[in-house]
Design a protein around this ligand. Structure first.
Ligand code: 9D3
Length: 260
């Protein structure tokens, strides 16, 4: 996979991508990163990249021409490496929020898969760029950040984690839990007692079946409490229904005791 990012802060993207899972994958040659600064595509003395919006109002708008040139250069670099029809995604607060499903779609495909990510700054980009240069507008959530670079890095990280060979076996196994549509269960490590709080007995029991059931029950209970929307989208097996029912009975008991 090859990913190219068009950004006014290429060092920010290049530097961050070299850490952790994405950095290790880069070293192993599992993906290639290109960064393109639209400022390198302007010729005027002041290297102007933005201007005031027509119609007035606060903030600045990124000029169409340098962005279009940078996107074209990125796409041509992708094609010269054999990437066919690379998709261009514009990271924007007005985009469709990213989901696991969409990330998985973007991660699908062979080694020739190419993505061009356009990270905006200021109020956004000239609307006329959309027809020529943007296939899709993507947001990362219902909150505002100051530019598209961090969202682009999040997208890159999420996509690469689903590419073959990027995660090791243990990491891949752990990942299955979110793919299965539930929140993770709580985790504990040494010591057995910390600040007067003990590790749940079942985890010390060595009883693998009981541990599996407890973890599944905790995942179900947490998902019900924190993200009931995820449970509505997911069919529960007979075992899962029983574990969740027992979890709810336990909660009611705890509340009864607390309430006297
Ligand atoms: C007052 C209008 N603002 C839109 C909510 C202007 C504006 C704020 C922040 C325009 C662009 C930005 C920069 N944000 C991104 O580039 C961005 C983003 C985000 O802010 N939230 C969620 N996902 C994304 S993806 C790119």
């Amino acid at each position: 996979m090859r990913i190219d990012v068009v950004t006014l802060f290429p060092e920010m993207v290049g530097h961050a991508a070299r850490f952790g899972v994405t950095g290790r994958a880069l070293q192993r040659g599992l993906w290639r990163l290109g960064v393109w600064n639209p400022r390198d595509f302007v010729t005027d003395r002041h290297r102007t990249i933005d201007d005031r919006p027509y119609g007035g109002g606060p903030g600045m708008v990124m000029l169409a021409e340098p962005l279009a040139s940078a996107v074209a250069a990125a796409r041509s670099a992708q094609r010269s490496e054999g990437c066919t029809a690379p998709r261009t995604l514009y990271l924007s607060p007005a985009g469709t929020p990213l989901s696991h499903r969409r990330v998985a779609e973007l991660a699908a495909g062979g080694d020739a898969t190419g993505l061009v990510l356009l990270a905006g700054r200021y109020e956004g980009i000239d609307q006329r760029l959309f027809e020529c240069c943007v296939d899709e507008e993507v947001a990362i959530g219902d909150f505002v950040v100051s530019g598209g670079e961090l969202p682009a890095l999040m997208l890159i990280d999420a996509v690469l984690r689903l590419r073959p060979g990027v995660l090791n076996d243990a990491e891949s196994a752990l990942q299955d839990s979110f793919v299965a549509g539930l929140l993770d269960c709580p985790h504990y490590t040494r010591p057995e007692e910390y600040e007067g709080k003990r590790v749940p007995e079942v985890l010390l029991s060595g009883h693998h079946e009981a541990i599996r059931a407890w973890r599944l029950q905790q995942a179900l209970g947490r998902t019900l409490e924190r993200r009931p929307d995820l449970l509505r989208d997911r069919a529960l097996s007979k075992e899962e229904q029983e574990l969740l029912a027992a979890y709810r009975r336990d909660i009611v008991r705890v509340l009864d005791i607390a309430g006297g």
